[in-house]
Write a protein that binds this ligand. Structure first.
Ligand SMILES: C[S@@+](CC[C@H](N)C(=O)[O-])C[C@H]1O[C@@H](n2cnc3c(N)ncnc32)[C@H](O)[C@@H]1O
Length: 284
């Protein structure tokens, strides 16, 4: 059975009143998430869809779907797809992108830690660089398993602690509110051991590591993209807007990160290569 709101939050709270979730939604709604995704991780949605073997007739739930990077590609295979996310402000961009791809999917506001679906409703449950941002990992993993039917597939893309995303988080950390005391760091989802612990013996797991590139004209141009489009960074600039010292420090830390990890690429561009963990699991 679906967990009740009271079971996961206490009697009075849900994701629309829990201050941690409200703040997360507000941050992810800023900037232009779709422009960011198109310029960076857009090639990864199809990788997850293919790894999960998604095809016609399957019922798919994409969790923390953003603007449909994975969900739209799943729908293109002929699957029936629900794209769910904490941040419905980004759904209009997703609907426009889906229309451009000639597919129709359902867009549903939902917290990954409390999915509004019955047990075993979906053949495939996916999340690309999404569920890793829910603060309570065990609650989120339990929900992925619960809504996936026996024999179904759970597919995840997550950043790894060994890759350059650690440097990205380190650059940002001094400029963002601290993680709540009961939250776990997102990059733990990039550790095979952590993922095994979360799913236990409920899911047969297969792991593959890989990397992909994010391209820009220069490290400064990459930072400019982040400043304009990536919600949590736009929020950090907005919060520090009346303090020129804070803004300058954030500029410096982001540029330092981008410069350290940029490598020359074709046509005079630079590339930052991010390592990911691809997890594909079959529900026992
Ligand atoms: C880096 S984006 C990834 C989006 C998309 N999956 C993609 O591949 O482009 C992270 C997403 O996680 C969502 N998110 C953060 N916390 C969440 C939560 N507790 N429940 C559901 N979605 C959440 C954000 O709103 C955001 O859309």
């Amino acid at each position: 059975m679906r967990r009740t709101v009271a079971a996961s939050y206490g009697a009075e709270m849900d994701s629309t009143t829990d201050p941690v979730k409200v703040a997360a939604r507000s941050a992810w709604a800023q900037g232009d998430y779709h422009a960011f995704a198109r310029a960076t991780i857009w090639e990864m949605g199809p990788v997850l869809v293919q790894a999960c073997g998604i095809g016609p007739g399957q019922r798919v739930l994409d969790v923390a779907a953003g603007t449909g990077n994975t969900a739209i590609r799943a729908a293109e295979t002929g699957a029936s797809v629900v794209a769910s996310d904490l941040t419905p402000e980004n759904f209009d961009a997703g609907r426009r992108e889906a229309r451009a791809h000639g597919v129709d999917l359902e867009w549903v506001e939902a917290d990954a830690e409390n999915l509004p679906y019955a047990d075993g409703e979906f053949d495939v449950v996916t999340s690309s660089f999404g569920v890793m941002f829910a603060p309570h990992h065990q609650a989120a993993a339990d929900e992925l398993v619960r809504v996936c039917h026996e024999g179904g597939t759970i597919g995840l893309l997550t950043f790894t602690p060994e890759g350059i995303m650690t440097g990205f988080f380190e650059a940002l950390a001094p400029h963002l509110p601290p993680l709540p005391p009961d939250a776990s760091p997102p990059l733990l989802w990039g550790s095979e051991e952590h993922v095994r612990r979360l799913f236990g013996d409920r899911v047969d797991l297969r792991f593959t590591r890989g990397d992909y590139g994010e391209y820009a004209a220069s490290p400064a141009a990459y930072v400019d993209l982040l400043r304009r489009t990536f919600g949590p960074i736009v929020a950090a600039y907005t919060d520090g807007a009346d303090d020129r010292g804070r803004t300058a420090d954030l500029d410096r830390d982001l540029l330092d990160f981008a410069t350290r990890h940029s490598r020359p690429a074709a046509d005079g561009q630079v590339v930052l290569r991010y390592e990911y963990l691809l997890t594909v699991g079959h529900r026992r």
